[in-house]
Ligand binder design. Structure first.
Ligand code: GTP
Ligand code: MG
Length: 305
């Protein structure tokens, strides 16, 4: 009788901003563990998502978009990518195939940080050409796939759509086959290791990113200051602070007559009820913390390395 081996390992999902890395992780798990918005630079930390199958446990690591950025916050975001790369058994670069089919001249520039980081790396690379739902004629992809194979000669390149969950089953099978043998590191029903407080703060940040325009989202950070399980009232009471980097952003977040913050609060609350599985009372405050993204103590307190 042949003995089946169990596999377990870490997979770093990395690549340019807005490629669909976080969407892909949520799609793999069938559950939202990381936030998604149409804006670049949404993800700011390493976020783990665990997929346990009969033959393998895959510990995916979602990472911030890799691009040229200045500033302290950006540095911590890039560190989160390097840290994830360091932990990875399999590396999964993700890119927006539709973007590079339309604008092939951007490919080299956008992939340079990932390509440089992976040069000479002997670990398995599974590159995902994402967003294939955005074009009908799949043969349009051929020049892109050829170019990707030149950039990563040893990589296996996999077209997929994270949004439509197209190609993901095959992708998971391929990942599983490339993982090292080993026992599961987490219980089978555990999908995430993020604390609930962090997830709640991220949900609020997602709603802010969806609402705010231009550079304003990049000037916001969210902290859950207080979390109380009130047994008498049978609900969780959450107090969160939205920090804004400039006084003028405060009015933008609050909106006319407080309408903006009210909507952000009710959208976030709805999702938190799902997350926690019970009633939620959410209170939001907006505070000005000028230039917080350059303040090392603030960043440290907010959990950025
Ligand atoms: N059409 C289409 N859109 C997608 C697909 N995957 C992701 N998107 C969209 O692309 C946008 C960015 O998705 P994210 O998952 O936040 O991208 P990301 O790579 O995590 O971005 P950062 O965290 O900013 O680096 C969102 O509007 C997604 O809905 C896809 O397969 N097809
Ligand atoms: Mg992301």
């Amino acid at each position: 009788m042949t003995q089946t081996v169990y596999r377990c390992g870490h997979v770093a999902i990395m690549g340019p901003p807005n490629a669909g890395k976080s969407t892909l992780l949520n799609a793999f798990l069938g559950k939202k563990v990381t936030i998604v918005t149409p804006r670049a630079q949404t993800t700011r930390n390493q976020i783990m998502g665990i997929l346990t199958n009969p033959a393998a446990q895959i510990i995916f690591m979602d990472t911030p978009g890799l691009t040229q950025m200045r500033g302290r916050l950006s540095k911590t975001m890039i560190q989160a990518v390097w840290q994830s790369l360091g932990q990875a058994d399999v590396i999964m670069p993700v890119l927006d195939a539709h973007l590079y089919i339309c604008r092939p001249e951007f490919l080299e520039r956008d992939l340079a940080p990932a390509a440089d980081a992976l040069a000479g790396d002997n670990r398995p690379i599974i590159a995902v050409a994402n967003k294939i739902d955005m074009f009908g004629n799949k043969s349009r992809m051929l020049p892109l796939l050829t170019r990707l194979q030149e950039i990563w000669p040893a990589a296996e390149i996999f077209p997929a759509s994270a949004l439509c969950k197209d190609g993901l089953q095959g992708l998971v099978c391929l990942v599983e086959s490339r993982l090292p043998e080993g026992e599961a590191q987490y219980p089978a029903d555990q999908l995430s290791i993020s604390p609930l407080r962090f997830m709640a703060a991220e949900i609020i940040r997602e709603k802010l990113f969806m609402r705010l325009r231009e550079e304003v989202p990049y000037g916001v950070a969210v902290e859950v200051e207080n979390w109380e399980e009130n047994e008498e009232q049978g609900r969780t009471i959450i107090h969160a602070v939205i920090y804004v980097a400039r006084p003028m952003y405060k009015a933008m977040v609050i909106g006319r007559g407080g309408g903006g913050i009210k909507e952000i609060g009710s959208e976030a609350r709805r999702e938190m009820i799902e997350l926690i599985g019970g009633k939620v009372h959410l209170e939001l405050w907006v505070k000005v913390r000028e230039n917080w993204a350059e303040d090392p103590i603030f960043l440290h307190n907010m959990g950025f390395a």
